[in-house]
Design a protein around this ligand. Structure first.
Ligand code: PXL
Length: 277
């Protein structure tokens, strides 16, 4: 089997099933060697918890990267998620340049906003820095809110295909030709993912569940990255990741004590089935 090595850079939210505690197990389950670079350590994620701790690891990043460079450690892919600061985003841009193998796939999930708002602690300057990083990526995975922050387009709760085309064109103009646009919803029963690779635009539509859950963006992006590294196309990777994410939500709904994330572990066998199809 082709054995690939991916670096994922994002925070460790110790409790809450998102970022690295989701990315590492999912990527490993996909059969990919997964190297982690934690951007920060938080006691929980910032969605729905108060009083969480936050240890910024920005100052450690250059020395870790320099050590890897010295050891000749490099990557077939680099996938970034939630990053703690603008400085950190600039360091990640350097890592793209210094630790990539030839043809390294750079995947950026600009995990910074949802439902029309930036996450706690982020501002327009942060969004601008994330936009710069996305321009360096081979594939970006924004939701509509993040796409709006990166292009200056007005965020809309409900929209038609014309608006989505406008969003995709604006991203292209901003230097992002390959886009996996998540949470694209045209009616109340279905939702889906737009997969744009250059000029080609496809839509994977699937059923819409009545609940949204924290961490599902990370589940999706991790499964997408794993599938892509296993040789699937962008569209197939998005399909596998969307089906897996749906199953994770289905396996969690109804448990009122589990509102902070999804039980992604319970659906790993299903992910592997989809991956090996
Ligand atoms: O799931 C994205 C994410 C990752 N890490 C932290 C977060 C969030 C979303 O809120 O707070 C710390």
């Amino acid at each position: 089997m082709d054995y690939k090595r991916i670096l994922t850079i994002q925070d460790i939210s110790c409790f809450g099933q998102c970022s690295l505690t989701v990315a590492l197990p999912i990527l490993s389950a996909c059969g990919v060697e997964t190297v982690i670079l934690p951007s920060a350590v938080l006691s929980t994620h910032t969605g729905g918890f108060t009083g969480f701790t936050f240890r910024d690891l920005t100052d450690d990043i250059p020395s870790i990267a320099a050590h890897w460079k010295k050891e000749g450690i490099d990557f077939d892919a680099i996938y970034t998620g939630y990053l703690g600061s603008e400085r950190q985003i600039d360091m990640v841009t350097d890592i793209f340049r210094t630790l990539s193998r030839p043809n390294c796939v750079k995947i950026v999930d600009p995990a910074m906003a949802d439902n029309g708002n930036l996450y706690y602690g982020f501002d327009d300057k942060y969004a601008a820095a994330m936009t710069r990083l996305c321009k360096e990526a081979d594939v970006v995975l924004p939701n509509i809110t993040e796409a709006c922050f990166m292009t200056g387009l007005e965020y809309k709760e409900s929209y038609d295909e014309g608006y989505v085309t406008e969003v995709l064109n604006a991203l292209e103009k901003a230097g992002m030709p390959n886009v996996i646009l998540t949470g694209v919803t045209y009616d109340s029963e279905t939702t889906g993912v737009i997969v744009k690779t250059g000029e080609k635009v496809e839509y994977y539509r699937h059923k819409k569940l009545p609940v949204g859950s924290h961490g599902t963006g990370d589940v999706f992006a991790s499964a997408f990255s794993g599938a892509l590294l296993r040789g699937k196309t962008e569209y197939e990777s998005a399909r596998v990741a969307a089906n897996y994410t749906l199953r994770c939500i289905e396996n969690t709904v109804g448990d009122d004590s589990h509102k902070y994330g999804v039980k992604f572990e319970t659906a790993v066998p299903y992910l592997l089935e989809e991956l090996n199809k």
